[in-house]
Design a protein around this ligand. Sequence first.
Ligand SMILES: Nc1ncnc2c1ncn2[C@@H]1O[C@H](COP(=O)(O)OP(=O)(O)OP(=O)(O)O)[C@@H](O)[C@H]1O
Ligand SMILES: [Mg+2]
Length: 507
Amino acid sequence: MEVAAGALSPVLRKLGELLAGEYNLEKRVKKGVQSLLIELEMMHAILRKVSEVPSDQLEEPVRIWAGKVRDLSCDMEDAVDDFLVRVDEGSSRKPTNMRNRVNKFLKKTTKLFGKGKALHQICDAIEEAQDLAKQLADLRKRYELDMHSSSNGATIDPRVLALHKDVGELVGVDYTRDELIKTLICEDGSSKEQLKTIPIVGVGGLGKTTLTKAVYEKIKAQFDCVAFVSVGQNPDIKKVFKDLLYGLDNGKFSDIHNTTRDENLLIKQISDYLVDKRYLIVIDDIWEEEIWRFINCALYKNDLHSRVITTTRNVCVSEACLSSSDDMIHQMKPLSDEDSQILFHRRIFQSEEKCPEDLQAVSREILKKCGGVPLAIITIASLLVSNQRIKQKEEWLHVHSSMGRGVTEGGIVKDMKRILSLSYYDLPSHLKPCLLYLSMFPEDSEIKRDWLIWRWLSEGFIQCDKEETRLFEIGESYYNELLNRSLIQPSKINEEGTVKISQVITS
Ligand SMILES: Nc1ncnc2c1ncn2[C@@H]1O[C@H](COP(=O)(O)OP(=O)(O)OP(=O)(O)O)[C@@H](O)[C@H]1O
Ligand SMILES: [Mg+2]
């Protein structure tokens, strides 16, 4: 679906060019292009909606329909490209010596002939496309395809499990947890009384929630009241407020979820409750600055040594969470090679020392691909054990070679994909094709930033209604947005400030 929506925008632009250009299109053909444009624009609007829904939540007919629209747009784009290339061919000027003049005459004749032929072909292509577009529009109506999620919203977020993890199973969190606590409690000497917020930021599955929970559990006894609230994508803000009240005092607010209150009242209720209390509040998994601003209104800024921790995948959101000059963002780091290995081997062999010699090399290679992301390490480990039996070396090699290619399907891999794809579905539609474009490159390849932006430009992924000259700058802002959302990661910055991409998350 996502590809379908991305594939349509270049063809819309090109059909627009066809209409605007001096191509002597017959009236009938122009009309055809116009009606095709309208039909495709409608389809584009629908596909944009479809691309906001994870594909596993879409009805099968919707998936088929979107695939057909994509094929139609690709065929149409090929036909228009073909036409434009033929018609524009040979238009460069050269000095007029005799030889060139003869050449020019020959070219002109061929061009005239070519143009007639090209015109004929484009007319046929447009007629065919018009028919197909009509059929697709009818199909959509006939089956009343529901472009929204087919699930009843009953899917459970697999990340809930991270909240209930046994601390004993965690690896490498102690040091980071204690450092974070030191900063939070202000052992560095900064003002203790003032409300302090620590935003934790990092890519999906890196362990933000897990670390925050560990901090929360260790220090919660020091506060008058505490709450740990998950926000998530597309939250119901009233429910978030009610969860917060319930978490703060489940006796006083035991019935809060059964009451009807508007946001204002809930904000006031929370604020009034917090006014004279030393509180510790975790707001986990925030996706939008706007949501944070709402929640922040409710957090009364007292001078009682209250503390707030937020987590997010988005750098801009983490910056918005900073409330005073003492606040600092905590950038979540991947697990070290050593901790990655401990986690991996503990999961498979129940102990980090029991990895047989012949599996050690492949185990290191697998871990390299996991990049220190605990979610990836745990997921892959679970593929290597079945019915409490450790799989053979060949299967390890197979898992290693299929990593990153999405070949290894299974419940837990699906969960991991679902978790990571949340970032993808949160992207605005113009960034989706840009990210998908990266999946063409081999895993771990380094791609130069400027080169990538030019590629996006030539594919027609960069959209701008105003001056053409600013397109590259817009491309840079697309690039920065993907970086900001931790979907691409720069490997190094060279002297010209060019960034290379080493790791791309395209689940
Ligand atoms: N240090 C660790 N040791 C062992 N397991 C870990 C560790 N950190 C995280 N995990 C496990 O990795 C998975 C992902 O962790 P978690 O949900 O905390 O990531 P996250 O950064 O909050 O992801 P998201 O952006 O999706 O909210 C969970 O199953 C969690 O239990
Ligand atoms: Mg989380």
